[in-house]
Design a protein around this ligand. Structure first.
Ligand SMILES: [Zn+2]
Length: 394
């Protein structure tokens, strides 16, 4: 058994000054003691300078794109349409892909990530996930160019879903985005195991042209899709925004993770929250800055007290897979968002989104959340500094 203490502990619910965490060799929390800042000299106590927080939950990544670091140019000013154009033409499957995926998984562990929601279009990442210490919820992602291709595409997703189930890995079949899933395919995804409380993830309002496409089938995104063989007549887009189209097909009983939301407005937040209590707004700020050079109105979501989560996205649009770096980017751009709210997004909210909050997300008796130490923490302003670093303790 280990006994850990630090200047501060954020349990996921409150901040303790010089509290003590007892943890057994399996990482299970035995007890959490609030010393109210009065820590007497205690034997066998590990004391750290900084703040202890629960293990991070990365609610959006694509492990299988781990070999694409730096492959997609981000200086063309074309935003997401340009990114899609490039990723479709440049995506390849090199011989060392497994090695790259393995390295990315290890990197996430080093950065204090204990669980992840990971998108898969192929089965390339499954073996790494099976062996990893990270808990993975795999989102088997589906999209295609036309209704005619829907069955073939869905069957491929179902095959991958079955492979994961046979490996005892948690999985769900999910749509890629409102603009890339034709009616027939979206209905097949919606109907699949619809009696269960599923976890669904969908890329949402990542570019301004997404809503424009939904409304008029015009704009740069429409042009790129048409160019890539998408038969836009098969997309009826029932709604006036990408969000409305997604909600039209999705089931309000499922956990719905809306990814990016870079162009979501106040009325979109209202629409989604009115639709369901199980909406999770996932932000991947470094990917947004890479692709669109624009951040979502993140403070607005915090002001509305909706459930916010953090994702790293992939190496195709990021230079590292670190939840802490995402949090630092948010702090730098929106210092008004409190540290506690950010950590809650990166831990407990993510655990709820992935339905694993019985084990992860907060430092509480009986849970095995993982424990990270954040050093170079600004303990006067209670905020992250650009030089803040992470060390995995448990
Ligand atoms: Zn993504």
């Amino acid at each position: 058994m280990r006994r850990l203490s630090a200047d501060f502990i954020f349990t996921g619910k409150n901040i303790l000054r010089k509290g003590i965490i007892e943890v057994d060799k399996n990482g299970t929390i035995i007890s959490v003691t609030d010393t109210k800042g009065k820590l007497d000299e205690q034997q066998s106590l590990e004391f750290y300078n900084g703040i202890l927080v629960p293990g991070f939950i990365n609610t959006h990544c694509h492990l299988e794109l781990s070999h694409m670091k730096g492959m997609i140019k981000n200086d063309t000013g074309r935003g997401l349409p340009g990114f899609i154009d490039e990723i479709i033409s440049k995506r390849n499957f090199p011989e060392n892909l497994q090695e790259k995926i393995n390295k990315a998984d290890k990197e996430m562990q080093m950065k204090g990530i204990v669980a992840a929601g990971d998108i898969s279009n192929t089965d390339d990442s499954f073996i790494v996930k099976k062996k990893s210490k990270i808990y993975y919820q795999t989102f088997v992602e589906s999209f295609t160019v036309s209704n005619e291709k829907a069955e073939e595409n869905f069957k491929q997703a179902e095959d991958n879903y079955r492979k994961l189930k046979n490996m005892h890995l948690p999985a769900s079949i999910v749509p890629h985005a409102a603009y890339s899933v034709p009616d027939k395919l979206y209905r097949m995804i919606s109907d699949f195991e619809s009696g269960k409380k599923r976890i669904i993830s969908v890329h949402n309002q990542e570019t301004s042209d997404e809503d424009l496409l939904i409304q008029s089938k015009k704009g740069a995104l429409a042009n790129v899709l048409a160019d890539k063989g998408f038969f836009l007549d098969d997309f009826s887009y029932p709604g006036s925004t990408a969000l409305e189209v997604n909600l039209h097909y999705l089931n309000k009983n499922d956990n719905i993770l809306l990814i990016h939301n870079t162009f979501s407005k106040e009325k979109d937040i209202k629409t989604a929250e009115n639709f369901s209590e199980n909406i999770f707004w996932v932000f991947c700020p470094l990917s947004n800055l890479y692709i669109e050079k624009k951040l979502p109105n993140i403070p607005l979501f915090f002001k509305k007290s909706v459930k916010t989560c953090i994702g790293t996205d992939s190496y195709a649009s990021n230079t590292e897979l670190s939840v802490l770096s995402e949090l630092k980017a948010i702090t730098e751009n929106f210092p008004e968002i409190s540290f506690e709210k950010l950590i809650e997004s990166a831990t407990l909210n993510g655990a709820k989104a992935l339905q694993i909050d019985r084990r992860y997300g907060s430092i509480e008796k009986g849970k095995t959340p993982g424990i990270n130490l954040i050093t170079s923490f600004d303990s006067i302003k209670m905020t992250l500094k650009p030089e803040s670093k992470i060390k995995v303790l448990v």
